[in-house]
Design a protein around this ligand. Sequence first.
Ligand SMILES: Nc1ncnc2c1ncn2[C@@H]1O[C@H](COP(=O)(O)OP(=O)(O)O)[C@@H](O)[C@H]1O
Ligand SMILES: [Mg+2]
Length: 258
Amino acid sequence: MTERSEVPLILRVQDVRKSFGGIRAVDDCSLAVSPQSVTGLIGPNGAGKSTLFNLIAGLYRPDGGEIWFGDTRIDGLPPFEIVHLGLTKTWQIPHELRNMTVLENLVLGSKHNAGEHLTNLFFQPGLVRRDEKRWRQRAREVLRLTQLDALANEHAKALSGGQKKLLELARALMTDPTLVLLDEPVAGVNPTLAGNLMDLIEKLRRDGRTFFLIEHDMNVVMNRCDRVIVMHQGRTIADGTPASVKANPVVIESYLGG
Ligand SMILES: Nc1ncnc2c1ncn2[C@@H]1O[C@H](COP(=O)(O)OP(=O)(O)O)[C@@H](O)[C@H]1O
Ligand SMILES: [Mg+2]
């Protein structure tokens, strides 16, 4: 048995493929994420990073390969079942929720993530009341955790770019995930807020959560990730510590140098 296979893995992607028409967005991609890590996924535009995240979260079904979350094979499962298992991806705040408050975003948004349809939430208030108390209680916890308390009653659309990113993370935390996928968590966020957001991620990691994030900001990748995986043309071309990846000639040629 190799050393690597003895390491417990929280996420394992094995030979996963996904094409759109003639485009091979993800092409025999394999990678693994260790528990309680902050693992970065980098690569040029069009490398297939977002598609891979959508495959892991259950938004797309792979054309081939396997995706394992701990001991459970999750490819082919609907997104809400994957959320129930403890794997959540952050989402942009949908337009239906922009006129609602931060608190309502957490309560309604997480019901939605948990598999309830937004239309039901709006037109069948009975359904909403059923778990209302539990979700509101969790929302208060998450507001404290993310230090969004003071903004609880602000409309989502009134938040700054950085605060919106924080709200996206807060919405993901509602379902108490063990693995969180973040697609460009600090894109367009000013450095101070980006630093705060990454501090929060570090704190959540110490509490036992795992983060897998796509990020273009090399400062974040080099200083905040334990491990970096590099994707190019739909597959993994490097995987290691930030320093080793930065010094890898293949990475420099196909990505960092270009
Ligand atoms: N829904 C889609 N329909 C058609 N092509 C897509 C779709 N999503 C992604 N692609 C294509 O797949 C490739 C990988 O895209 P993407 O996963 O967004 O890359 P990245 O996130 O690394 O920039 C690109 O060529 C992109 O145009
Ligand atoms: Mg992308």
